[in-house]
Design a protein around this ligand. Structure first.
Ligand code: URP
Ligand code: ZN
Ligand code: ZN
Length: 467
């Protein structure tokens, strides 16, 4: 039997907080209370003055993904190690079948790639092409392999984008299987049109990226996706909501009782599209992701959507590339690999921007970084909870410590950070993954292969994950 006790901290759940010790035994939370008696040999971690919370669940990562002529710089090993150092104990990554590849074969590839992970992981499936064979395979993915969420693209024309008829068929299939629809909601036809226009004008630098993907196109696609899901009776999760118009579509749908969950990313709360105007190509290209950072005003609109519970989860869309990789698009911004890092920074940035400013309570922070994702993806109460019996996935945060975020010191496998130079107050000092102390105040003790695959059960006829 292995035991660890966290002594003297403030335990925070999405519902409240208490001063108590927390005992982990054999990977599970075994006891919670003041001055706990513990078995001989128990590892004791003094967490006085710190907040003890469910480990972060990042529901949106892309490790080791082949994309736009290159491969994401973080492997599952380096990416999950960075996650652990930042207080995240579970990631949900996207399996991406090649066009025509069986999603079951693609899942095998991702299972092999993810085996060295240092924290637990689950998978969503990208519906990168559509046919009766794909639809058939979904039944097995849900019932036998624990993959119960499917991401559909309304953008990336000629690559991942599906026509509405296929989206409708795919959403119906999700409904019938008790699976969750996820959407990347931008209007791919109009993006292609704007890219052609910009090309005709000879505009090829990163400043064209946000011009080719304006907020209205995210608003339209979000509303369209929700309308399709609502009409066929499927529950829908909108990933990386960045624009005020998209948040409004989610807000309106939730107000009429639709089963819609919205996710945002810390970057959309703080960074605006002025980054793309930089004359420094590496800096501008380092921020190229889709949807892009938005004009001033949108970050505040996204905060308001968090305030009023329109948006209830945060991910990172961790999809990091090096400066050298981004230079693939030095002559043509449409060839810049899309994506930014962040799996290591999510908790620190949200605590700093949200809790320190008084905009988030620690309880809401827990909901946004862990518990709500656990509920949305059917991992709760095993994950995202400090209840007895839950997996002992825990983050300890010292609210008085400060740290400066930088590509020079990060564990993410890239030489760029969208948070370069930001001083955050509130630092992750310990991370436990199923009771194992994987990070201790700068000392990463993670072990390759410690992470386990977490299969998920389908939802019942009524999606219970709306939070
Ligand atoms: O630019 C991004 N977000 N890259 C990752 C793929 C996606 O669209 O989520
Ligand atoms: Zn996306
Ligand atoms: Zn993504």
């Amino acid at each position: 039997m292995t035991s660890t006790v966290l002594r003297g901290g403030t335990l925070v759940s999405d519902q409240g907080r208490q001063r108590a010790d927390l005992l982990c035994t054999d990977g599970r939370i075994a006891a919670v209370g003041p001055s706990l008696d513990v078995p001989a040999g128990t590892e004791v971690i003094d967490v006085g003055g710190c907040f003890v919370m469910p480990g972060g669940i990042d529901p949106h990562t892309h490790m080791q993904l082949e994309m736009m002529g290159t491969v994401v710089a973080d492997t599952f090993l380096t990416g999950t190690a960075a996650a652990a150092a930042g207080g995240t104990t579970t990631i949900l990554d996207f399996v991406g079948p090649e066009a025509g590849q069986s999603p079951l074969d693609a899942l095998d590839v991702w299972r092999a790639r993810a085996a060295p992970s240092v924290i637990d992981y689950g998978f969503h499936m990208t519906v990168s092409w559509w046919s009766p064979a794909f639809s058939d395979a979904m039944a097995s993915l849900v019932a036998e392999h624990g993959v119960t969420s499917f991401k559909f693209f309304l953008a990336y024309k000629g690559r991942l984008m599906l026509p509405d008829a296929d989206l409708i068929a795919g959403f119906r299939r999700c409904r019938d299987l008790g699976a969750l629809v996820q959407v990347h909601a931008e209007n791919g036809e109009l993006i292609a049109y704007l890219q052609d226009e910009l090309r005709a004008e000879g505009i090829t630098g990163p400043a064209a990226h946000p011009r080719s993907r304006p907020p209205l196109l995210e608003g339209e696609a979000t509303l369209r996706a929700i309308a399709m899901a609502e009409t066929v009776g499927a529950a829908i999760y909108v990933v990386h909501v960045s624009a005020a118009e998209a948040a409004q579509a989610v807000r309106d749908a939730r107000a009429r009782g639709s089963r819609v969950v919205g996710e945002t990313l810390p970057g959309f709360l703080a960074i605006d599209d002025s980054v793309y105007a930089s004359p420094d190509f590496d800096f501008a290209a380092g921020h190229v992701m889709s949807p892009p950072y938005r004009p001033k005003g949108h970050p505040e609109a996204i905060w308001r959507a968090i305030d009023d519970d329109t948006l209830s989860t945060t991910g990172t869309d961790h999809c990091c590339f090096t400066r050298a990789q981004k230079r693939l698009g030095v002559d043509d911004y449409t060839k810049i690999p899309n994506g930014c890092g962040g799996v290591e920074d999510r908790l620190a940035v949200l605590w700093h921007l949200g809790v320190n400013s008084g905009r988030l309570t620690p309880e809401r922070f827990v909901a946004l970084t862990s518990t709500n994702a656990a509920k949305a993806f059917n991992l709760h109460p095993r994950k995202g909870s400090l209840a007895i019996g839950a997996d002992a996935d825990i983050v300890v945060l010292d609210p008085d410590k400060t740290r400066t975020l930088s590509a020079k010191t990060q564990r993410q496998n890239t030489d760029f950070s969208v948070w370069e130079g930001m001083e955050v107050k509130g630092v992750v000092v310990h991370t436990l993954s199923r009771g194992r102390h994987v990070y201790a105040d700068g000392d990463l003790r993670a072990e390759a292969g410690w992470g386990r695959y977490v299969p998920r059960k389908p939802f019942g006829p009524v999606y219970e994950g709306r939070i």
